[in-house]
Design a protein around this ligand. Structure first.
Ligand SMILES: *Cc1c(COP(=O)(O)O)cnc(C)c1O
Length: 255
């Protein structure tokens, strides 16, 4: 995978899912995050490392938890529901939902996750609002943006950003916290990271009153994965989503 010298390459990782190797890889990724922060003149506490545990067994999450990790990311609603139940004895674990959320599965997610990173269409946004409001909770959300207009990726286009911003800020039950991106797989991701960071700043300025009314501000930039988290941190990422560099290769999808 692409990545700077500080990123952990998949090729050098053993496919061993033991607790020990997870703890070792986690320590290496934490060190690389700290190094990227130092290089960018940022405090390490300004970046939340999310361990992306999709397709990994609950035991792998317990291993990372035992090594002191608390923030975990899941992409599939049913898988999240099952792991959330299996790990209910870990009270201070923080869940992040980072995948596309189908309407009929929102009931498993809303109110159960610290942050939903991937609001990606109006139908989903409507349903999320309805459910959060009905539960009487405030769900923190990010808007996923498809800056490169890739047909293979979800997220709102640049042209639609203002419309999504208006709807997000008029949605009771939701608190809009920032933006998320999955940049194109090919090429240097840094220009996309910079562009998302610029959008965050612009939207924060143009919408600061409405954000204030929602008791929010756009302080979250969710970008960067195993191959490019250092570049994302250089561009201002506040949340990096790292899977394989921590857990090793994902087991094949079951069902
Ligand atoms: C799987 C996934 C990741 C983690 O990818 P790795 O390359 O394994 O680090 C990050 N973000 C999203 C949205 C994902 O689906």
């Amino acid at each position: 995978p692409p990545g700077g010298p500080s990123s952990t390459s998949q090729a050098s990782m053993p496919a061993d899912p033991s607790a020990e190797s997870i703890a070792q890889r986690l320590a290496a990724v934490r060190a690389a995050v700290a190094q990227a922060c130092a290089k960018a003149d940022r405090s390490p506490s300004s970046v939340t490392l999310i361990a992306v545990s999709k397709h990994q067994p609950a035991a792998a999450i317990r291993a990372a938890y035992a090594a002191g990790h608390r923030d975990f990311g899941e992409s599939y609603a049913k898988e999240f529901r099952d792991k959330h139940a299996a790990l209910a004895d870990l009270p201070d674990i923080r869940w992040h939902f980072i995948g596309h959320l189908q309407r009929n599965k929102m009931k498993w997610i809303v109110g159960q996750v610290q942050l939903h990173h991937a609001v990606d269409d109006m139908i989903g946004l409507d349903e999320l609002t309805r459910r959060s409001y009905a539960l009487g909770i405030t769900q923190d959300v990010l808007l996923q943006v498809n800056l490169a207009n890739e047909p293979s990726k979800r997220g709102c286009t640049e042209a639609d950003l203002p419309v999504f911003a208006d709807v997000l800020l008029r949605s009771p039950g939701l608190r809009w916290r920032g933006l998320m991106i999955l940049p194109p797989n090919e090429g240097d991701p840094s220009p996309w990271f910079d562009r998302l960071a610029a959008w965050r700043e612009r939207l924060q300025q143009t919408h600061h009153r409405a954000l204030q009314a929602q008791k929010s501000s756009l302080d979250v930039l969710s970008m960067g994965m195993s191959g490019d988290f250092a570049a994302a941190i250089a561009a201002g990422a506040t949340h990096v989503r790292v899977g394989t560099a921590i857990f090793g290769p994902r087991p094949p999808k079951s069902a």
